[in-house]
Design a protein around this ligand. Sequence first.
Ligand code: PMP
Length: 351
Amino acid sequence: MSWEANVRQVIPYVPGEQPKKKVIKLNTNENPYPPSQKVKKALEDFDIDKLRLYPDVNAGELGEGLARYYNVLPEQTFVGVGSDDVLATAFLTFFNSDKPILFPEITYSFYDVWANLYNIPFKQVEMDENFRIRKEDYYGENGGIVIPNPNAPTGLAKDPGDIEDIIRHNPDSVVIIDEAYVDFGATSVLPLINKYDNLLVVQTFSKSRSMAGARIGMAFGSKKLIKYLNDVKFSINSYTMNILTVTAGKAMLDDDGYFKDTVEKIVATRERVKKELKALDFEFPDSKSNFIFARHKSVPAVDILNAAREEGIYLRHFKKPERINDYLRISIGTDEEMDSLVDFLKGFLGR
Ligand code: PMP
């Protein structure tokens, strides 16, 4: 028998490409604007002596700052290395039942990877013909629930009332709401953590706060939920958040005006691009996120994807499931970047 028989073999998540050369990068939902200049200043002023010591296990001033900003207790706050880290830890902590966990059939493609890694049974719940999540489909028996709001890659947001209905129908499961894109136009259910002790709300600095490279994700939940999450985290690696990232993240959190202006710009660009895409015969769900999930009425997605790439414009395409095979996920860049995309599309489609 080979040692390979005992290897935990997994099919990993495949992230969008990070090209070395300069391209118009609309493939990984990054923010096209830099973080606040206050982040630069905080890093310039950073006292390197702080690097001698292990960092605070609860992300120090960043954890405390988040609790203050979102009006929750520090004990209701959890910080991780991007929301992927937070979600992976949450899957490991809360999904430990023989019953399948539920998540939408078309959603963030990391969920089934974690479920497989941790041997968690799962069921991908069908959506309606317009990619809408039907709340009633989440009322049956299950081992846990995870729903992104807005959903990825569709960009569709769900009403907080509908999300609350799902939570209310599931007192025996942990319900994770992945709000990676919530700042771009959905309503957060964060206030509900004081009402439901089985609700975990997960957010990130990667999209609306322009800091995908810093890897900051956070979760909010009842004290009990956060304690369980920390117990698992402290059983793997207590020091996930390094002090440089804590410093940078806190500075970004403190510049609320800049954050809101940036989000507003991206939303305005998104709404303008929706009109341009419609005029070019694209159809798409009404995105409330920083991307548009679009299909052309006659030209296959792969043809557009490849031609755009030739022009140095990177978009994201998912081969599976088949139902979304003809869609492209287009991240919202700067106005200039989106103009280049629209110009390319006009040329390619012969308009
Ligand atoms: N959730 C969703 C729905 C996402 O699209 C992403 C981005 N890939 C993440 C979570 C993870 O983002 P991050 O780890 O950068 O916070």
